[in-house]
Write a protein that binds this ligand. Structure first.
Ligand SMILES: NC(=O)c1ccc[n+]([C@@H]2O[C@H](COP(=O)([O-])OP(=O)(O)OC[C@H]3O[C@@H](n4cnc5c(N)ncnc54)[C@H](O)[C@@H]3O)[C@@H](O)[C@H]2O)c1
Length: 399
């Protein structure tokens, strides 16, 4: 039996991860979720999992020593997976301090409590030793590497070497907007308060590994998309606005490029790194899906319009006319200060060493995401109306 402490699992990626591991491992695992339920945390996203006997929820802050220590005192935690963070770049520009507190001090508190709980004397070389099988995984971001040049205006074919080609045989016609990619060796060069706080968290996690011999992995992923994504981020926001006939705000000219990773592919990678990743290593996790923001918005418009025409039952969800779903909805807004031009991850290390690759091509993942949004309007309505914040009271208020 492996016991997980999953922080921030009422958020987007963490909730998908809890779904993934509970469905994959069933009763062979125990999961404790720790989440402060900030505006980004929606306990309803993991409602079904919380009904399982082997999944429990603690409302609390990762910065709170007493809360985290009590979890370690009461449970023999094997894996800590730290998703908890302030994660929205725009909000970090408005309020950097909160990001430094949660993302840096919260990470350090988790590392500290895990180190205390897992300490097990010294090894043969005199270094601190830890109980067997324990691991702390810090979920980080490609944004720690800074920004890459965009060398091409339109996507060009991406050529990968033969070793990588063998692993990713299910993916064809890969494209890129540039010649350079982030590898695990790329120097860290964060440019927003958000990415600076995530970089600091990575560095303190690695410092625990080097100083205390502490069992750490770091994963750095590109932009995730998929079910349970809070509609302040680009893809769910665009879907929501299209259904409601609202304008689609695009920063600058929409030419910034991101690499998009389907969230389930990400969860599979995290699972692999936890079980097979070499202690002390960083793994980059990318989607092989580079795309400019403007092309993404156009793809979503085209896909929703097509689904509505092919499956008229969904037209009842529209608060606009079907004919109005077109590129005229796009509106260009003043760019974000310091907006990074391009992120592109090279996932060769995790592919060749652990056998993982991002299985989901962007057109497939986007259609799945749109369909999830269409089929889960109640979740979206609750989030956009703020009602999701009542769920905790309903589920746990009287316990
Ligand atoms: N979403 C992406 O595309 C992406 C890309 C790269 C890296 N990441 C990283 O992945 C992780 C998860 O991202 P996400 O998009 O799911 O985030 P999210 O904003 O959807 O969820 C964050 C969760 O953390 C919780 N939380 C916030 N502060 C907390 C605190 N002090 N104590 C306990 N819980 C707290 C929130 O309530 C929420 O449930 C983050 O660390 C983020 O930096 C995300």
């Amino acid at each position: 039996m492996i016991t997980y402490l999953v922080t921030g699992a009422a958020g987007f990626i963490g909730s998908n991860f809890v779904k993934y591991i509970t469905s994959k491992y069933g009763n062979d695992i125990k999961v404790i979720v720790l989440d402060a339920l900030t505006y980004a945390g929606n306990i309803n996203s993991i409602k079904e999992e919380l009904e399982l006997p082997n999944v429990s929820f603690v409302k609390g802050d990762i910065k709170d020593y007493c809360v985290v220590k009590e979890i370690f005192d009461d449970n023999d935690i094997d894996f800590v997976v730290n998703f908890a963070a302030e994660s929205h770049v725009d909000r970090s520009i408005e309020n950097p301090k909160l990001f430094l507190e949660t993302n840096i001090l919260g990470t350090q508190n988790l590392l500290n409590c895990a180190r205390e709980a897992w300490a097990d004397g010294k090894d043969d070389t005199g270094k601190p030793a830890y109980k067997k099988g324990k691991k702390y995984l810090q979920i980080s971001t490609d944004e720690v590497y800074g920004s890459l040049e965009k060398d091409f205006d339109e996507a060009q074919p991406l050529h990968v070497d033969d070793e990588l080609k063998q692993v990713i045989e299910g993916r064809h016609n890969l494209t890129t907007f540039g010649k350079k990619f982030f590898t695990e060796e790329t120097p860290l060069s964060p440019r927003s308060p958000y990415s600076a706080s995530k970089t600091s968290a990575d560095m303190i996690a690695m410092a625990y590994h080097h100083t205390y011999n502490f069992p750490v992995n770091i994963t750095r992923c590109s932009n995730n998309y998929g079910p349970y994504h809070f509609p302040e981020k680009l893809i769910p926001l665009v879907i929501h606005n299209i259904l409601n006939g609202k304008k689609l705000p695009v920063y600058g000219k929409g030419l910034n490029v991101r690499d998009w990773l389907y969230v389930e592919d990400h969860c599979k990678a995290i699972d692999l790194v936890l079980r097979k990743g070499k202690i002390g290593e960083v793994y980059n996790i990318g989607g092989f899906n580079e795309e400019s923001n403007i092309n993404i918005v156009k793809l979503i418009i085209d896909t929703i319009a097509r689904i509505m025409r092919e499956e008229p039952k969904y037209q009842s969800l529209l608060n606009c006319n079907l004919e109005d779903i077109n590129y005229d909805l796009i509106t260009y807004v003043t760019d974000r200060p310091g907006h990074d031009m391009r992120y592109a991850i090279d996932p060769t290390k995790i592919a060749t060493q652990l056998g993982w690759y991002p299985e989901t091509p962007f057109t497939v993942g986007i259609e799945k995401t749109i369909r999830w949004n269409l089929d889960n309007q109640q979740w979206i309505d609750d989030v956009t109306s703020g009602d999701y914040q009542k769920y905790y009271e309903q589920m746990y208020g009287n316990r």
